[in-house]
Design a protein around this ligand. Structure first.
Ligand SMILES: [Mn+2]
Length: 209
């Protein structure tokens, strides 16, 4: 007999376009996959309609390939974005049976996991490599984070000022965290988007073997 935890995802996004623009060049996707979840945040180069078109192409491509690895997905997006301005962004996949998060980033994008228990360590940061999806893809190496109950992932474009995670209360819901980060840390001169996701593991469903 073993037990299998049920895992649910609570998430929220807060975003706004550069003041004066009607379209944002930042975008996101959160979706369930056959093995867990895919979450991505992208930032089309510059701002306005051309940036929005690049981000939209990335998200449409990701939506058609939700069961690929992050590396495979970035390669597919790279090909799809050849005739656009290109994007920077982060791709996160979660394997719910192993409670394992895999992530990688291209260009200027922020990713943090805040562990609910402060031991092992309190937070972990995404490794990003310089490049532009659609123009120049760097060597793609995912790294991994072991998730525990109530761990929180935050993904933010560079329209959110660095250092936003210094003042966060992990007791807040993803809704409140996303709204707080956008309110206090959105830069006045860029599109801004922040995605907050938290995994809840509810105690084991017993499985007969
Ligand atoms: Mn930006």
């Amino acid at each position: 007999m073993n037990s299998r935890d049920k895992i649910t995802l609570e998430w929220s996004v807060a975003e706004r376009a550069l003041p004066g623009e009607s379209l944002s060049g930042d975008s996101h996707l959160v979706t369930e996959t056959t093995s867990g979840w895919l979450l991505t945040v992208v930032d089309g180069l510059g701002h306005g309609p051309d940036a929005a078109r690049a981000a939209k192409t990335f998200i449409e491509t990701a939506t058609r390939h939700t069961n690929k690895t992050g590396v495979e997905l970035l390669r597919l997006c790279h090909t799809a974005l050849k005739n656009t301005r290109g994007c920077v962004g982060a791709v996160v996949t979660v394997d719910s049976s192993r409670k394992l998060l895999s992530w990688l980033g291209v260009g200027n994008v922020e990713g943090i996991v805040l562990h609910a228990q402060n031991d092992n360590p309190a937070s972990e940061y995404i490794t990003t490599r310089g490049g532009i999806v659609g123009y120049r893809l760097p060597d793609l190496q995912p790294s991994f984070v072991q998730l525990a109950n109530d761990d929180t992932l935050i993904l933010a474009t560079d329209g959110i000022q660095n250092g936003f995670c210094q003042t966060l209360s992990k007791d807040r819901t993803p809704d409140l965290l996303a709204a707080h980060i956008l309110d206090y840390y959105a830069k006045p001169n860029d599109d801004a988007l922040v995605l907050v996701a938290r995994w809840h593991f509810s105690a084991g469903i017993r499985v007969e073997e």
